[in-house]
Design a protein around this ligand. Structure first.
Ligand code: NAG
Ligand code: NAG
Length: 261
């Protein structure tokens, strides 16, 4: 949009002024008016063309950014070695909650001494063969995380949630986050996007029914205090040390909460 006024000014200076002199504006206003209209029309067309081409390349850039957008579920997969360092034995029974949970669960199952389960926040309609087999074995299930999870308290040693919370309004977060902390024995790890970040998978939107709302870390910390959830300072420290050792910089915000009992 900013190009339009510039273009207009450039054309106005060099194009319309000579005409004003030639047609004696005082005595004959109507030719001036029509010339003015022609000039305005030309400006609009030029402006439209400029804007059109600018808009188009802008859209392409936006699309590319979406393609390379950030998925915190993918980030979990990169984080597993660091989480193992930070949580040690608490990685023995892990529940992952988030879109594309099959990919995380599959990777966790490759780790020694780790059992893993997954909750896909919406449907599993587009599951591949490997994912279908995890569903068939009862390891992965689809469940709406807005409602209580079908697990007893402390069913898992560690619960990891990625992306899913970014799609919930505070009304549901108030119930869902304590619920995730309830089913965990040793801790809850939350991965959430940074404000202003491009999300991967625009197609997810229709599933979640609302766009991701990426909240700042101060928003989250205030939310934890309001809902009486405590951050686990020991886990934060160990996680940061392990991350520094591997020169790992997370593309997502990572929070470490104590379980709720
Ligand atoms: C969430 O819970 C907190 C603390 O109980 C409360 O202050 C807040 O109003 C609740 N928010 C919503 C949207 O229900
Ligand atoms: C905090 O996290 C550590 C893992 O770093 C865990 O061993 C410990 O039990 C947690 N503390 C609480 C109070 O949950």
């Amino acid at each position: 949009m900013s190009r339009r006024p510039n273009t207009g000014r450039r054309f106005g200076d060099s194009g319309s002024m000579p005409f004003v002199g030639a047609f004696h504006p005082k005595s004959r206003p109507s030719p001036l008016l029509s010339v003015g209209l022609v000039v305005v029309g030309a400006l609009l067309i030029v402006g439209y063309l400029y804007h059109g081409s600018g808009g188009q390349s802008g859209d392409i850039a936006a699309l590319n950014r979406h393609d390379g957008g950030v998925s915190c579920t993918q980030e979990v997969q990169r984080l597993i070695p660091i989480l193992k360092k930070a949580y040690g034995d608490s990685m023995r029974k892990v529940l992952h909650v988030g879109p594309e949970t099959c990919s995380v669960v599959s990777q966790l199952l490759k780790e020694e001494d780790t059992e893993a389960w997954g909750v896909e926040p919406y449907d599993l309609d587009d599951a591949d063969g490997n994912c279908k087999s995890l569903v068939h074995k009862g390891i992965v299930r689809a469940a709406d995380v807005k409602f209580p999870l079908p697990y007893r308290p402390k069913s898992f040693s560690l619960v990891i949630v990625s992306d899913a919370l970014d799609y919930l309004s505070p009304k549901y977060l108030n119930k869902t986050v304590p619920e995730l902390a309830r089913v965990s024995a040793d801790g809850l790890v939350i991965l959430s996007g940074y404000p202003g970040q491009q999300r991967a998978k625009v197609a997810e939107l229709s599933k979640f029914g609302r766009p991701a709302k990426l909240r700042s870390s101060s928003w989250w910390i205030r939310f934890f205090i309001q809902t009486s959830l405590e951050e686990n300072e020991t886990a934060i420290k160990k996680f940061e040390q392990a991350a520094a050792k591997k020169s790992y910089k997370s593309a997502c915000q990572v929070f470490h909460l104590k379980p709720l009992h």
